[in-house]
Write a protein that binds this ligand. Sequence first.
Ligand SMILES: Cc1cc2nc3c(=O)[nH]c(=O)nc-3n(C[C@H](O)[C@H](O)[C@H](O)COP(=O)(O)OP(=O)(O)OC[C@H]3O[C@@H](n4cnc5c(N)ncnc54)[C@H](O)[C@@H]3O)c2cc1C
Length: 397
Amino acid sequence: MTSVSPHKKAKALKPTSRRPAKELCSECGLCDTYYIHYVKEACAFINQQIGELEAQTHTRSRNLDNPDELYFGVHQDMMAARKQQPIEGAQWTGIVSSLAIEMLNRGLVEGVVCVQNTKEDRFQPMPIIARTPEEILAARVNKPTLSPNLSVLEQIEQSGMKRLLVIGVGCQIQALRAVEKQLGLEKLYVLGTPCVDNVTRAGLQKFLETTSRSPETVVHYEFMQDFRVHFKHEDGSTEMVPFFGLKTNKLKDVFAPSCMSCFDYVNSLADLVVGYMGAPFGWQWIVVRNDTGKEMLDLVKDQLDTQPVMSQGNRKEAVQQSIPAYDKAVTLPMWAAKLMGVVIEKIGPKGLEYARFSIDSHFTRNYLYVKRNHPEKLEAHVPEYAKRIVEQYKLPD
Ligand SMILES: Cc1cc2nc3c(=O)[nH]c(=O)nc-3n(C[C@H](O)[C@H](O)[C@H](O)COP(=O)(O)OP(=O)(O)OC[C@H]3O[C@@H](n4cnc5c(N)ncnc54)[C@H](O)[C@@H]3O)c2cc1C
């Protein structure tokens, strides 16, 4: 068992409002625990160390000369999948929740770190360690806000738990991997989701009010592969807003500074990643990074329809054109945005090429953000793979 004394000491020293990453803090929750002691090494925004942590987790860092690894990180396998019987109310078909339930039911883990919402607010995150399938199910669907998932880490040590599954996004998982050895666990499983453009709760409100016709009834939304935001409302209806019609001038500052400086869209350090952006419309995208991830996926394979990943189209021109358009906060009139959405859906990138489109657009934007706002961090903070991706494009100063 790991000694806890250094953590206790750190807690005693901890002022409650301490956030060493300052404005770049993604509120992952680490600093709410006595593991704040490790924050200078562990925080994704203070100490970028994805390559080293990839080697620690997957036995090697990604091969930058392999085009798929450059973009999607270390992996053994990728596929498109969907549950034969989707879970109602899940973000997609509920592969994440199903996997967590299966691992708990089979006794592979004693608890699952996941995030429910508070009683008062469907989008206010409330991280928990779930110990029953019901508690896991109650955490289904995205809370599209910064969520302090690691704030429950102290409870793990206190509970004496030895086998744990953590569900989380890239910044949470990077900090988790950095303190993994201090948790005293026999086995840690990590189920990641890709993540981009997250917001504070106040930022989410602004996004909903600026973009949806009925912000108060939105239960779920996603930036879909058909280049539209799909809002699902309480009455079951779906509202679709083309990406190109978003009020960029009003939304420019809505995303958290941490997300504007993030280069781990694909959750490089998880054992298994479940997203959607590398899959055809309507399907989820699975990336198996290592043997632990394969072991996890095998548990639910008989509940899934799967198909090989595909890739179609060429993203490059669309990405290059979007760089100055975003920079100048260009917003198209809705008729033009709809038309552009229809055209790009027909001829635009699909499958893995859509994922590359999204990664390129976000990495170029984020590179410019860090360069302009934190120039002293640029060299060390941007991982080598992201520099190579950004180098493909011509950027404004
Ligand atoms: C903020 C956010 C942004 C995302 N952006 C993308 C994207 O750009 N491209 C892409 O391919 N996929 C993205 N995803 C993943 C995708 O939206 C789905 O979450 C994923 O495909 C799993 O769907 P599901 O139906 O299997 O999940 P469900 O069974 O509904 O389970 C969802 C799980 O997500 C966890 N969760 C919810 N909110 C958070 C949060 N804020 N932080 C950490 N964990 C959370 C819950 O604990 C729950 O276990 C994002 C996810 C999140 C949380």
